[in-house]
Design a protein around this ligand. Structure first.
Ligand SMILES: [Fe+2]
Length: 356
């Protein structure tokens, strides 16, 4: 067993502003990849402040669940960048990672990103998370939408060089975004804990992360401007990211991807609704341990924080999604047996318990 997470993590309030020199020393020409919210939460302003005097280009149109076509487009627009900074939730950070690969390897197409032996290096990547959830700032993964489906790629070269983690950027997050992103972190911690690739190192981080989310997610939802509560959730999210950097994610992520791409459900929410089902199928010491952390009622916790899915789906949709999930690589690291029938049962479980 081992532990590998080469990203330098700088953590705390105003951590970007306090490390001006470190960021400046990365290069001369910076490309910032972000969405619209980084203007509102102060993260873009901080990064632009510390890059004063450098050449800086900003791409601020990253959509949720970015398609690979956008990655190619950005890489073609900013060919001369020598450092890529991703600011935001998972979508901008994952886009930044993919763009960094294409900038270093201009002969590649976005499709080639999924063939990890086709490239070795990426431009240096810096990440500034502005949600407490994705953990992408400390992972070697990038999840994009490829041919209409969410599909991740993994490569050592896309581990960010530095993650600047400052909870203050989450203070303005809406209730809906706070819930969905925290549920993503919860899914990372729980899936990582039960994953067949879990190690005693990742387990320590996973358990701490689950405990923090259980305690502080309800508190943040009741008191969203409380800095201490926000900081605890941010910490939990970073820990959970370190977990999946070791373990990968399991079947709940594969199941959830269909609800995101086909029904527009936020990634964390779409994933977490499958955790009770996954824990039931897992049915071992580890799943029992997680259930006990929630007083044997993860469903009760979900009710407390208001987990609901305002969608509906048909038996035909379940059938087609289940076929996709059956072939997902996530199954290789998921404990328990899954068949087409039991995967369909997972969707039926979610439909009858969470859909309104
Ligand atoms: Fe996730």
């Amino acid at each position: 067993m081992g532990f590998h997470m080469p990203t330098k993590v700088l953590y705390g309030r105003d951590v970007v502003l306090k490390n001006r020199e470190l960021i400046q020393n990365f290069g001369e020409r910076f490309l910032i990849v972000t969405g619209k919210s980084s203007k509102k939460n102060g993260s873009l302003e901080d990064v632009l402040d510390v890059l004063d005097g450098k050449y800086v280009a900003v791409y601020d149109e990253t959509p949720e669940n970015p398609p690979t076509a956008i990655v190619e487009e950005i890489a073609k627009m900013f060919t001369d960048a020598d450092v890529v900074i991703g600011i935001g939730g998972g979508s901008p950070m994952d886009t930044a990672k993919a763009v960094a690969v294409l900038l270093e390897n201009p002969e590649l197409s976005a499709q080639d990103l999924y063939e990890s032996n086709k490239y070795k290096k990426a431009k240096p990547i810096i990440c500034v998370p502005t949600t407490a959830g994705t953990g992408s700032e400390v992972t070697q993964y990038s999840v994009l939408t490829f041919n209409g489906r969410k599909r991740g790629f993994s490569h050592e070269c896309i581990f960010p060089r530095v993650a600047f983690v400052d909870y203050k950027y989450t203070l303005t997050a809406s209730e809906e975004l706070t819930l969905a992103t925290a549920l993503d972190a919860l899914a990372h911690a729980v899936e990582g804990f039960i994953s067949l690739r879990a190690t005693p190192f990742s387990d320590v981080l996973a358990v701490e992360s689950v405990k923090l989310i259980k305690e502080f997610l309800p508190k943040v939802l009741n008191d969203p401007e409380n800095e201490f509560y926000r900081e605890r959730l941010m910490f939990a999210s970073t820990l959970a990211g370190m977990v999946i950097a070791q373990t990968g994610t399991t079947i709940a992520h594969a199941l959830g991807y269909n609800l995101t791409t086909e029904k527009n459900v936020k990634h964390g929410l779409a994933t977490a609704v499958f955790l009770p089902f996954e824990l039931k199928v897992t049915n071992n010491e580890k799943s029992k341990f997680i259930n006990e952390l929630f007083e044997n009622s993860l469903m009760g916790f979900y009710e407390q924080v208001g987990v609901k899915l305002p969608i509906s789906f048909s038996d035909e949709e379940i059938e087609s999604w289940a076929k996709v999930v059956l072939n997902a690589s996530h199954l290789k690291v998921t404990p328990g047996e899954y068949t087409l029938e039991s995967i369909k049962n997972a969707y039926e479980f979610v439909r009858s318990n969470f859909c309104i």
